[in-house]
Ligand binder design. Structure first.
Ligand SMILES: [Zn+2]
Length: 202
C-alpha cells in the first residue's frame, strides 16, 4: 500500500477508532479488560469534549491569558529521550507556561499538506492552537484536580497470592486532551490522526 492510499485509510477512521488505537499504545493496554476498553475510550472522549463546551471562551489565547499561562514559542525542536516533542506544559507555584516548539510544529504542518486537498489544508496557526489547547487541557486537569486517568477504573498490573498492584491508564488523559482540542477549535479531525499522517510522511 502506498503512502497516499494509507493516508486515505487513516482519514476514513472515526474519532473512536483513532482514540482506541491511541489507547492500544498505552504501556498497560494489555491489562485493560477487553470489555472495558470501549467505555474507557468513550468516557475520555466525552470528558474532553464536555470541558471544551463549558469553557467561557473558545479563543485558546484568551483562555491562556485569563489563567495567567505564559505561552512561549521556542525556535528549537523539542526533544525528550529522542522523541520529538511539539509542546509541553510546565506548572509550578510561581508560574504556568506552555512551550511550543516552533520548528517541530512547522514540520508537521508542512508534512500534513500532502494529505489534504488545497481547500482543506491546516494552517500553521491552527496546528499551533491545537497543541496549545491540548496542553491547556492538562492545565485544567491539574487546576481542577480532575485527572482523567484517575477518573476511570485502575487496571491490575500485577497479581500474586492475593496481592494486587494497580495503575491508571495515562493515555486516557491524552485522549481527553485531544478531544478537548478538537471540540474547542472545531477541528475537522481527532488530532491523533495528524500524528499518524506525520509518522507516515517520515
Ligand atoms: Zn498530552
Amino acid at each position: 500500500m502506498d503512502k497516499g492510499e494509507q493516508g486515505r485509510k487513516f482519514l476514513a477512521m472515526s474519532d473512536y477508532d483513532l482514540a482506541h488505537e491511541q489507547l492500544t499504545r498505552d504501556l498497560f493496554y494489555q491489562k485493560v479488560p477487553p470489555e472495558q476498553a470501549e467505555q474507557y475510550v468513550c468516557t475520555a472522549l466525552k470528558i474532553g469534549a464536555d470541558v471544551a463546551k463549558a469553557c467561557p471562551s473558545k479563543d485558546i489565547y484568551e483562555l491562556c491569558a485569563d489563567n495567567n499561562i505564559r505561552v512561549e514559542k521556542l525556535s528549537a525542536k523539542g526533544k525528550y529521550f529522542g522523541v520529538r516533542m511539539r509542546a509541553e506544559i510546565h506548572m509550578s507555584d510561581e508560574e504556568t507556561k506552555i512551550l511550543l516548539y516552533w520548528q517541530s510544529i512547522e514540520d508537521i504542518t508542512q508534512s500534513l499538506q500532502d494529505f489534504f486537498p488545497d481547500d482543506q489544508r491546516m494552517s500553521l496557526d491552527t496546528i499551533l492552537k491545537m497543541h496549545l489547547a491540548h496542553e491547556f487541557f492538562h492545565y485544567i486537569e491539574q487546576r481542577d484536580s480532575m485527572r482523567v486517568n484517575e477518573m476511570l477504573p485502575k487496571v491490575v498490573t500485577f497479581s500474586f497470592l492475593g496481592f494486587k498492584r494497580r495503575a491508571t491508564i495515562l493515555t486516557l488523559s491524552e485522549v481527553a486532551a485531544h478531544s478537548f482540542s478538537k471540540e474547542l477549535l472545531q477541528l475537522p479531525h481527532y488530532p491523533y490522526l495528524y500524528d499518524k499522517l506525520y509518522a507516515l510522511s517520515l
